[in-house]
Design a protein around this ligand. Sequence first.
Ligand code: GLU
Length: 512
Amino acid sequence: MSSVRVRFAPSPTGALHIGGVRTALYNYLLAKKTGGTFILRIEDTDETRYVPGAEDYIVHALKWCGILPTEGPGIGGDYGPYRQSERKAMYGKYAQQLIDGGNAYYAFDTSDELNALRKEYESRKETFRYDSSTRDQLKNSLTLSESEVKERLESGEPYTIRLKIPRDESIQFNDLVRGSVTFQSNEVDDKIMLKGGGMPTYHLANIVDDHFMKISHVIRGEEWLSSTPHHVYLYRFLGWEDTMPEFAHLPLILKPTGKGKLGKRDGAKFGFPVFPLSWEGATEEDSFEGFKEFGFDPAAVLNFLAFLGWNPGTEQEIFSLDELAEAFSVERIGKSGAKFDYEKAKWYNQQYLMAKNGEELAVMVRPFVEAKGYEVSDDYLAKVCEMMKERVSLIPDFVENGYYLFEGVKEYDEKTIRKKWKPERQESFDQLAILINNADPFNAEKLEAVVKGFVSDTGLSFGDVFPILRIAISGTMKGPSVFDMVALLGKEEVASRLKKAYAYFNEVSQAV
Ligand code: GLU
């Protein structure tokens, strides 16, 4: 096993956004490509943002996509536990180490005091930051006497521990996507490392865990780039700089139109999924359908996501997960934001559906068939799928676009009927119904021969006959081969559909 160890480290604060799935995927691909290890770590130190069910959701979403961690909660591994709340006891020691080294300090400012400061700054159109320019005027162990600090700590007064960012330094690190990145330390705030109650913040827990879990690469969203200087300082202050992981910050996923990051509410706004699976939130606004419920094949979703920010440098677009892993390289991840293109997502899905056979598709379509209350055999469903697969992009399209293969026609294309149905040809079409009924064997090939024979015997044209037959059977000019449909529906059903349709066509043409 290689020394590549990567982690996907979501916080269980709600449903996992599709951007999170992409982050997981890129981590997974690097691990798979290098024979490394893909770890799931649940970062649940922020109790105020904890949402019950979110961890389960994350696990199910990864499972649905087929990107399975080799270490993680419920999976095991040598570096557990993999839930930060279960590691709580380990972090205090490192906060103390920071204090002892003069790289962190106790802060006693209450949230009311800090809020008042924020307001005051705002009124001057400035932003308050707890940093090297303000900390000397605030209530902390840098400004209070040693004895006062001791007293406050001993009396149990609430405090936080803040990272002491040095003044007037340039802090540089390498990002595998962006190259060399430099921040000025005066622009970097003194982030809280340990909260009252001894719970670490994300920053401390993340670095301690990445260190002890021997993480080699941190691949995460761009929103974490501005936290990276803090992280680099943490590695330095804790004496772990030599084994600091490599960083790769992924480009943002942008809205399809307009500006900005694709948000969780954009799904409802644009009418497409932005979550892998459905999520039942506390409110309706916070409840969503996922890619699964929209009818996506997870392999197509992964293929689509892989290309949101990465490209193989060739024309090839369709990649299985194994092929993605082989082709993947962090260096080919782009810097600029990737537009979420739903049409492209559907195109991928279509390619994946087309590549499957009827039996495979039937398994995927079955839940949607049942949801509609249709009862059909596996064999029948497989045939429907086979004949429809070139005409769908989402799994429910099989039942929605092809509903007439599961129940009678609900609506006829009247416009075409008005043009094509001639009541004086009723007798000929009755004859056609008889010929169809007598076709033996009752299969597509024979039916085609019968109808073609009818056309040449009557002197009618294909254009006179086919639209009538097609609409009588399915109601629409769109759809699979008419002979395949007739063969599938069977003698009796076809006879009854033709009878019903002719009667209706007469009504329509009389009403003109
Ligand atoms: N817990 C962070 C998140 O929710 C992880 C960021 C990181 O990967 O360092 O995205």
